[in-house]
Design a protein around this ligand. Structure first.
Ligand code: ADP
Ligand code: MG
Length: 238
């Protein structure tokens, strides 16, 4: 009988993008982060839990060299992570549009880090409370795992040096509730709506709009993902 040895594969750093609400920017962040990490030479893969795998298909059309899987059940997600860990240092998991409590529980059990994108409105911040509470309860049960952070999305673009008042307001409220909010924010760019999720385009140098949203994605990838990795791609301080 073959001996099961969980030590043979170096586990990848798994990042879940989750929010019970539909539309806060999970796929926008996950797909653009995949492309940015790939461009940096990282061995990154994406698991798409959306019905029909439409987001993996969009990423494949844009950058076929990034490996993708579709997986919806906890078993399939676990299998996909095991398999992708053999050749990848980072696995991004894009949760479905309306993420159920069960799916959040699965993400909390497999992810090293959960990123909760929230759009800047009272409705969106309130609508994110249940997923934030679930993540916190998992952390209490699992020795602080998974790590988690909130990223504000669709922040109004303002001139350099000026900050969105609503972003400041909600940041303060969420921090007071004990949640971690990333410094980086994703500003609202029409380009994100127009380009089938992925920001990098072959004309990035001439298209200033796409350039600007790529800057926000690069800041997110650096602060939230790369800063947590060791040179080998594993999460630091484990
Ligand atoms: N920063 C942004 N600026 C403009 N449009 C955005 C931005 N982030 C997301 N969107 C748009 O909002 C919609 C929902 O985003 P999406 O990433 O699909 O959310 P989710 O995956 O959480 O359901 C999409 O049409 C997307 O293009
Ligand atoms: Mg999505």
């Amino acid at each position: 009988m073959t001996k099961i040895d969980s030590q043979t594969i170096q586990p990848a750093f798994v990042i879940g993008f989750a929010n019970g609400k539909g539309g806060p920017g999970k796929t926008t962040l996950a797909l653009n982060s995949a492309v940015e990490l790939f461009d940096q030479g990282r061995r990154v893969a994406l698991i798409d839990a959306e019905e029909g795998g439409i987001n993996a298909a969009a990423l494949n059309r844009f950058e076929p060299a990034i490996e993708t899987r579709t997986a919806r059940t906890a078993f399939d997600i676990d299998d996909a992570i095991q398999e992708l860990s053999e050749h990848h240092e980072i696995i991004l998991f894009d949760a479905p549009g309306q993420t159920s409590g069960e799916e959040v529980a699965t993400i909390c059990s497999v992810a090293d880090l959960v990123v909760v994108p929230i759009k800047l409105s009272l409705k969106d911040v309130r609508g994110s409370q249940s997923v934030l509470r679930m993540i916190r309860r998992s952390q209490l049960r699992q020795n602080g795992r998974p790590d988690s952070t909130i990223v504000f999305n669709e922040v109004p673009p303002l001139p350099a040096g000026r900050q969105s008042r609503s972003a400041l307001h909600y940041r303060r409220q969420l921090v007071d509730l004990g949640y971690h909010v990333s410094r980086c924010e994703l500003r609202f760019y029409e380009w994100h709506r127009l380009c089938e999720f992925v920001t990098r385009d072959p004309n990035a140098n001439v298209n200033k709009k796409s350039d600007k949203c790529a800057i926000d994605i690069a800041a997110f990838v650096y602060e939230v993902i790369v800063s947590r990795l060791t040179p080998e791609g594993r999460v630091a301080n484990e």
